[in-house]
Design a protein around this ligand. Structure first.
Ligand code: MOS
Length: 752
């Protein structure tokens, strides 16, 4: 693949620094003209099409497959089944770390969840492969599917990435006994599916030197390692190209089973193969957000202070793997309860394995916690914002650690001001608009941890005065091509258009994982350090050379700006990069930089982004139909690299909050265990008509600890406050507390 050329559109940077400038996406023109290459756009010579056949049952075994009929179909090249597939070097059920998900790769005839892949038909055209897959006409031996949350409970060994399932600080039972009031309620959240616009897709080609794949990935190095293990080949012989993703949301963090099936199919037939999931096939083998039933118990004293907060989550995982939605963990961070306990239990169901999805744990837990806090505030006769301020956590409640920074108070203040919160009547069901709709106002607190993973970058300065930054980073649509290039330009002390920013392929230095809202911090710090390292080399060359105007300034006596090194003590004395390199007889110099979380900082500080979201809803008093009419969020997430893109991230999160509160829900048929709405016509996500006036306020926050640039991350936080704010607004409009999400008119029609 030739390198992708990205042009910067307006506005250009203004005053020296690229960081902080609201540049539009550098890939915007490529995207709107259709020129940005996505995985499925690739068509290597001789490529075949693979189509998966998937199980129509939730549990049992495949009794028969009419392979002969499929093979007899003109144009079908081969049919991959448990009896006919390439050998793997490793059992796909083997598991050595929390990131190694068990995959269904046709290892046997067992069916463990609906839409599990059971065969792959490989053909000359997509149409023939699709028809071939239909001709397989599988029959099944069906066992009764285990569904719902009422099965046998157990305490998982770990939740999320391996956090403890049960954590406490102080005596919650005593705190509840001491309370003047106890608010106890149970909240339910459904299974949700990621539904990225771009389905999982792969074009795989085995060549003499290894494996070349075009596939969307949020973590190319992790994918390389997994594929290497499965096929028994060296990771560096696997070349992944993933310049753009049409959304990931966590489901492209780990390589999925269907992607590996595409690689196996290419190996089986000895030709390049393309495999693209159909929309309904994304409801099964590529992860989902697990359902939860959460029990919150909040004790409050006579002044509305929390004496105890107990957050219990019951969730579900598959029968064969161990991902558990860490929904209770959000309660570790937000409110200063005297005693605090979080716990998780789980059941096994015949569903695909759940996975990280759009603030995994935080989103799910937040809607329950924020609802419960709202209920407790009302029980105390307090305004819900006043109640949150009364219980404001000055240190992280679960650990007692100070926050590296926390501008949540400013978020509350700026959001409330902008929204007009002070005019909110305390009693529910007391506002109507001119058309007679019930109007309600709700608030929710947003929070997400400021994480950082490991990454590397390589910086190059050239004698022509230009620079290059290389990092295998991932643009899932969030704008990494732009924000990271801005950091690169500042790191190199160059104009953005003088920097060749190379990204999106696995042969570049490992850019870490684009997940956990940590990509800008992770890749950005590696880039920043690589830039600093190459500038230090250049400064060495200049300051050691008596022909340079910088001679004797010493490395620290030099700053880099606009393609020149300047003496710090006399900025008029400077020299162009190209002149330094030319005199040294060098065509270019390079250096690398790393990023990794600092254990000492992690030990000393709690590091989180925060926000406050204010929602207005209107509810039809006769029909119970709900419309969000205003949504205003104020977020503090450390240094903002690109306010334009960050605002877009916040809008996206807030819209997913609308989705969580009012729309998204996968419905499982209790008898068959099958998902009944596995498509985008019946699995509802918000469309334009559902999205009202949305506003995001960027609250200033300086964090000297979190990392060298003070970046906290903005990808997931906005879903967390928004969903709860909307739920609380629905209550305020109607006086009916809905504790089952998404809230639908069926929950309001009787009482509205
Ligand atoms: Mo995200 S759920 O960390 O991709």
């Amino acid at each position: 693949m030739s390198e992708i050329t990205l042009r910067t559109s307006t506005p250009h940077r203004r005053h020296g620094s690229n960081i902080g400038q609201p540049l539009t996406r550098r890939d915007g023109i490529l995207k709107v003209t259709g020129a940005a290459p996505y995985a499925a756009d690739h068509h290597p010579a001789g490529m075949l099409y693979a189509v998966m056949a998937v199980a129509g049952i939730a549990r049992g075994r495949v009794a028969s497959l009419d392979v002969a009929a499929a093979k007899a179909h003109p144009g079908v090249v081969d049919v991959m089944t448990p009896d006919h597939k390439p050998d793997l070097a490793m059992d796909p059920d083997e598991k050595s770390n929390p990131f190694m998900f068990r995959l269904d790769l046709l290892q046997n005839d067992k069916v463990r969840y609906p839409r599990q892949p059971i065969a792959v038909v490989i053909a000359e055209t997509l149409e023939v492969a699709t028809e071939g897959a239909a001709l397989l006409a599988p029959t099944f031996e069906i066992e009764t599917a285990r569904v719902g949350l009422d099965g046998e409970r157990f305490v998982p060994r770990g939740v999320g990435v391996g956090n403890p399932a049960q954590v406490s600080r102080g005596d919650v039972d005593q705190g509840l006994k001491d309370a003047a009031k106890v608010t106890e309620a149970v909240y339910e959240t459904p299974s949700q599916y990621h539904n990225a616009m771009e389905p999982h897709a792969i074009v795989a080609e085995w060549t003499d030197s290894g494996l070349v794949i075009d596939t969307p990935s949020q973590g190319m190095a992790m994918a390389q390692a997994r594929i290497a293990g499965l096929f028994g080949i060296a990771p560096e012989t696997i070349h992944i190209r993933s310049p753009f993703l049409g959304g990931g949301f966590g489901s492209k963090g780990m390589i999925s089973g269907p992607q590996v099936l595409g690689i196996m199919a290419a190996k089986l037939v000895g030709r390049p193969v393309k495999l693209v999931l159909r929309r309904e096939q994304m409801y099964g083998p590529v992860g989902h957000r697990a359902p939860t039933r959460q029990t919150l118990r909040l004790g409050t004293d006579g002044e509305g202070r929390l004496t105890a907060l107990d957050h219990h989550t019951l969730t579900a995982s598959s029968t064969f793997d161990d991902f558990f939605e860490p929904a209770s963990d959000v309660s570790h961070t937000l409110y200063a309860a005297k005693a605090l306990a979080t716990s998780h239990e789980a059941v096994r169901v015949d569903a695909g394995t759940p996975l990280f999805m759009r603030a995994p744990g935080e989103a799910t837990g937040s809607i329950a916690l924020e609802s419960a806090v709202d209920e407790a505030a009302f029980a105390c006769g307090m305004d819900p914002l006043e109640f949150r301020l009364k219980n404001y956590a000055e240190v992280e409640p679960i650990s007692g650690k100070p926050f590296s920074s926390k501008a949540l108070r400013e978020c509350y203040a700026q959001g409330a001001e902008r929204f007009g919160w002070s005019k909110r009547p305390l009693a529910p069901r007391s506002m109507r608009d001119e058309a007679g709709f019930l109007v309600g106002w709700g608030v929710g607190t947003a929070t997400f941890p400021a994480l950082m993973f490991q990454a590397q970058a390589r910086a190059i300065l050239k004698a022509d005065g230009s620079g290059r930054m290389e990092i295998g980073a991932h643009d899932m649509g969030q704008g990494a091509w732009t924000a990271l290039a801005q950091i690169a330009a500042d790191g190199l002390g160059l104009d953005l258009d003088k920097v060749d920013f190379a990204s999106g392929t696995s042969d570049l230095p490992d850019g870490g994982i684009a997940g956990g809202s940590a990509h800008t911090a992770t890749a950005g710090i590696a880039i920043h350090n690589a830039g600093a390292a190459v500038i230090a080399k250049l400064a060495d060359l200049a300051t050691a050379d008596e022909r340079s105007p910088l001679f004797g300034a010493g490395n620290r006596g030099v700053i880099a700006r606009d393609g020149r090194l300047h003496r710090r003590d006399d900025e008029a004395r400077s020299e162009a990069y190209g002149d330094v390199l030319a005199r040294a007889g060098l065509a270019q110099i390079e250096a690398t930089g790393q990023a990794a979380a600092d254990p000492a900082t992690q030990e000393s500080f709690a590091m989180h982004a925060h926000g406050a979201v204010f929602a207005e809803v209107k509810v039809d008093p006769d029909l119970g139909q709900i419309r969000v009419s205003r949504l205003i969020g104020a977020f503090a997430a450390g240094r903002i690299i690109n306010p334009h893109l960050v605002r877009s991230q916040y809008y996206g999160g807030m819209i997913w909050g609308i989705s969580f509160a009012l729309h998204e829900k996968a419905i499982t048929d209790r008898r068959s265990g099958r998902i009944m709405n596995g498509d985008l016509s019946e699995y509802h996500v918000p469309v334009n008509a559902d999205v009202p006036h949305v506003e995001a306020i960027l609250v200033e926050e300086h964090d000297p600890h979190v990392n060298a640039l003070g970046i906290k991350g903005v990808g997931e936080i906005a879903i967390t406050g928004s969903a709860g704010a909307i739920a609380n607004a629905v209550w305020h409009a109607t006086g009916t507390r809905c504790r089952r999400f998404p809230i639908g008119l069926e929950q309001l029609i009787r009482t509205a």
